[in-house]
Design a protein around this ligand. Structure first.
Ligand SMILES: Nc1ncnc2c1ncn2[C@@H]1O[C@H](COP(=O)(O)OP(=O)(O)OP(=O)(O)O)[C@@H](O)[C@H]1O
Ligand SMILES: [Mg+2]
Length: 278
């Protein structure tokens, strides 16, 4: 396997009837096995990048590669591609297909022609991993939006793709479910799955991500290690995306303190440093 799982080179895509390209001259490389976040203002092209990466939109220009192999648009290649790349849509309503939670999670597994017992085992485990066991028999249209979002994530994870693209996974989730999801995502990342998460939650990005891609106006603005990317963003005040809270608090501490310590990545790390000051 190459060091980079997904790669785009000079990709351009304009939606039918649209006047402007949603994505243009987009090039980036996604490192294998790293927890990566995709950030950028509303409308910068994050969801479009995901649709392109899953073969749901076909670029008018450029190439998309998985493990160095170019995406082609014949049915067989697309089917194989989508077994390796799972996409969780921003809007769960677009994702869910079956009448109940349980049947929705088993739907994709049945399509992969897995043995019946394997499907049953994976559905049971996935329901438990995502705290959905009690909702298993519920009709999907009786669920809250946050519950639907969890089902849509669980349905993709059950398929065990090599790369999972999650579009705003914590949108609609309450704080407890957000924490549960993050624990589960860490478990999934530890098992070797590469995760790419598009989000506006910069506090989450700062604490969770190992690698960050920043988009602006349909193209890539920055890519790199999380701290390095936020350092560069700080030097671009005209690019208004905000900064993580821990980072902002850190900037208020005296320069001497900041010189003597590593930049904290969590509240706990920040507390250790501020307690030393007290
Ligand atoms: N179906 C569509 N038809 C035409 N234009 C579209 C369509 N979907 C998105 N766009 C346009 O493409 C551009 C990129 O949209 P996209 O949804 O990829 O942005 P995003 O970064 O995901 O935004 P957000 O943060 O709001 O989710 C925007 O200008 C948007 O208006
Ligand atoms: Mg979006």
């Amino acid at each position: 396997m190459s060091d980079y799982l997904l790669e785009m080179q000079g990709v351009e895509y304009t939606y039918p009837m649209a006047e402007q390209a949603a994505v243009k001259n987009l090039s980036f490389r996604l490192p294998s096995g790293r927890k990566t976040a995709l950030i950028g203002q509303n409308g910068c092209g994050k969801s479009t990048l995901f649709l392109l990466a899953d073969g749901l939109c076909r670029p008018q220009q450029g190439v998309i590669l998985l493990d160095g192999v170019t995406l082609k648009f014949d049915r067989q290649t697309l089917n194989r591609w989508r077994q390796r790349v799972g996409l969780v849509f921003q809007d769960p309503e677009q994702q869910l297909v079956a009448p109940t939670v349980e049947s929705d999670i088993s739907y994709g597994l049945c399509n992969q022609n897995l043995p019946e017992q394997e499907v049953a085992d994976r559905v049971r485990r996935t329901l438990a991993d995502f705290q959905l066991t009690e909702l298993a028999r519920r009709p999907l249209h009786h669920l809250s939006l946050g519950q639907k979002k969890r089902v849509s994530i669980a349905g993709v994870m059950a398929l065990r793709p090599d790369l999972v693209l999650l579009d705003e996974p914590t949108a609609y989730l309450d704080p407890v479910q957000t924490r549960n999801l993050l624990t589960e995502l860490d478990n999934i990342a530890r098992s070797g799955t590469t995760l790419l998460i598009a989000t506006h939650d910069l506090d989450f990005v700062y604490q969770w991500a190992e690698w960050v891609l920043v988009m602006n106006n349909g193209s890539l603005l920055l890519e790199g290690e999380t701290l390095a990317v936020f350092e560069q963003l700080q030097l671009l005040p005209s690019f208004e995306i905000g900064m993580p809270l821990i980072w902002q608090i850190w900037q208020t501490l005296p320069a001497k303190v900041r010189d003597d310590h590593q930049v904290p990545r969590s509240i706990a790390e920040l507390a250790v440093i501020t307690n030393l000051l007290a």
